[in-house]
Design a protein around this ligand. Structure first.
Ligand code: ADP
Length: 371
C-alpha cells in the first residue's frame, strides 16, 4: 500500500493506493479540514468542563475553525498541526482564575483549610500584639503617673513638717495651744508619710513575692478599737465622726497583725479622702456564716461602674478623684486585695456615684477543733 499526500488551496487530502499486482487500484481522498473540524469539536467537548484551558483552532488564514474560550485572555501558545495535515494551528492559553478562586477550586479543600488556618493565626497574632502593646503602653503611662503622684505625696507632708519645725525652732509660734496644734499636725504628717512608705515597700515586696506574713491569733475587735481611737485623736479639727459598731463578740482569727492594720488604714484613709463634704464614716465588725466581716462605709463621692472594675488594678486612680485634684498613688487597694488573697479572704464593694461607698473585707473563720 502506498499513499501520496495532496495539498491544494481548497483542501488537503491523501491519495491511497492498494494492490498494484492484480491490476486493481483503489483510491481515497480525505477532506482533512472537514474531518479535523468534526473530530476537534467532539474531542474538545470531552474536555473537563472545570478545566481552565482556553482552546482555539485556526486555519492557515487565521480564521477561527473552533474555539472553547472560558474567559478571553492574551498569550496563547501556538502548536502547528503535523506535516501532511492542513496548515492549521492549535492555540492554547490558561485562563487564570485568580488567587482566591484557585484556592476555592482546590480539589479536596485542604489548601483552603490550611490557608484559612494560617490567616486566622496571623490575625490572632496581630490582635494579640496590638493588645499587649496597648497594655504595656497603658501600664507605662500609669507607672510614670505613679512616680509623679508618689513624689507629690511624699513631698507635701515633708514640706509642711519642715515649715512647722522651722517656725517652732525660730520661736515664731507664741502660744502653747498653737505649739501643741503644730506638734500634733507634725505627728499626723509623719504617720501619713510612714504609712505611704510602708505601702510602697510592701507593694514592691508583693510584686516580686518577697512579702512574708506572720499569722498569729488576732482579736480584730481590739485592733479596730485602738486604731479608731488613735485616728479620732489625730483628726480633731477635721470634724469627722467615725462610728464603730461590733454587735456581738467576734471570733479570734489567724492573721498578720501589721498586714491587717495596713488594710484598715488604707480603707479608712480612702473613706476620709473621698468623703467630699460628708463627715461621717461607719465602721462595723460582725461574723456571718464562716466569715468575719469588717466594713468601712462613707457617704462621699462614690465610684462609677466603670471605675469599680479597675480600682483594684495597680496604679489605677479613678477619674473623679483626679478631676477633683485629690492626691493618691493608686496602690492602696491593690495592696488590700493582695493581703486579702494571702489571708484566703476577699473584698466586696458597693458604691454609687455621689452617694458613697462601702468596702467590706471578708476573712475566713477557722473553727478550732476540740482536743
Ligand atoms: P489612691 O487612693 O491612692 O488613689 P487606691 O488604690 O487606694 O489609690 O484607690 C484607687 C481608686 O479607687 C482611687 O483613686 C479612687 O478612684 C477609688 N476609691 C477608693 N476608695 C474610695 C472611696 N472610699 N470612695 C471613692 N472612691 C474610692
Amino acid at each position: 500500500m502506498s499513499g501520496i499526500p495532496i495539498n491544494s488551496a481548497e483542501f488537503t487530502g491523501m491519495y491511497l493506493l492498494w494492490d498494484k499486482n492484480n491490476g486493481v487500484q483503489t483510491g481515497m481522498v480525505i477532506d482533512f479540514p472537514a474531518y479535523l473540524k468534526s473530530i476537534s469539536e467532539k474531542l474538545i467537548q470531552k474536555l473537563d468542563p472545570n478545566s481552565s484551558i482556553n482552546v482555539k483552532i485556526e486555519d492557515n488564514n487565521g480564521r477561527l475553525i473552533f474555539s472553547r474560550v472560558i474567559k478571553e485572555g492574551t498569550g496563547y501558545i501556538s502548536f502547528p498541526f503535523p506535516e501532511n495535515l492542513p496548515k492549521w494551528k492549535l492555540l492554547l492559553n490558561e485562563n487564570s482564575p485568580g488567587f482566591v478562586a484557585t484556592l476555592f477550586k482546590a480539589g479536596s479543600g485542604i489548601y483552603l483549610f490550611i490557608f484559612i488556618l494560617i490567616a486566622l493565626f496571623m490575625i490572632l497574632g496581630f490582635v494579640f500584639t496590638i493588645y499587649t502593646l496597648n497594655m504595656e503602653l497603658r501600664l507605662n503611662k500609669l507607672r510614670s503617673e505613679f512616680i509623679s503622684n508618689v513624689s507629690h505625696e511624699l513631698k507635701s507632708p515633708l514640706t509642711s513638717i519642715s515649715m512647722m519645725t522651722e517656725m517652732l525652732h525660730h520661736n515664731r509660734v507664741l502660744t502653747e495651744e498653737r505649739k501643741s496644734a503644730y506638734y500634733s499636725a507634725m505627728l499626723e504628717e509623719s504617720e501619713h508619710l510612714s504609712h505611704l512608705i510602708d505601702n510602697i515597700l510592701d507593694f514592691s515586696r508583693m510584686d516580686d513575692d518577697r512579702k512574708k506574713y506572720d499569722f498569729i491569733d488576732l482579736d480584730l475587735d481590739e485592733l479596730l478599737l485602738k486604731f479608731i481611737e488613735s485616728t479620732r485623736e489625730s483628726l480633731p479639727e477635721s470634724g469627722f465622726d467615725i462610728r464603730y459598731s461590733c454587735p456581738d463578740r467576734v471570733p479570734i482569727i489567724k492573721a498578720d497583725k501589721n498586714a491587717i492594720l495596713q488594710v484598715i488604714y488604707n480603707l479608712v484613709d480612702n473613706a476620709i479622702k473621698f468623703s467630699g463634704t460628708s463627715r461621717q464614716i461607719d465602721i462595723s465588725l460582725f461574723s456571718k456564716d464562716d466569715e468575719l466581716l469588717f466594713c468601712v462605709k462613707d457617704y462621699g463621692i462614690g465610684i462609677s461602674g466603670k471605675d469599680q472594675e479597675k480600682i483594684f488594678d495597680r496604679f489605677y486612680r479613678g477619674d473623679e478623684p483626679q478631676r477633683l485634684g485629690i492626691k493618691g498613688s493608686g496602690i492602696g487597694l491593690t495592696i488590700v486585695k493582695r493581703i486579702m488573697e494571702a489571708h484566703k479572704g476577699h473584698l466586696t464593694l458597693e458604691s454609687r456615684p455621689g452617694e458613697g461607698s462601702t468596702f467590706c473585707v471578708h476573712l475566713p473563720i477557722y473553727k478550732k477543733t476540740e482536743p
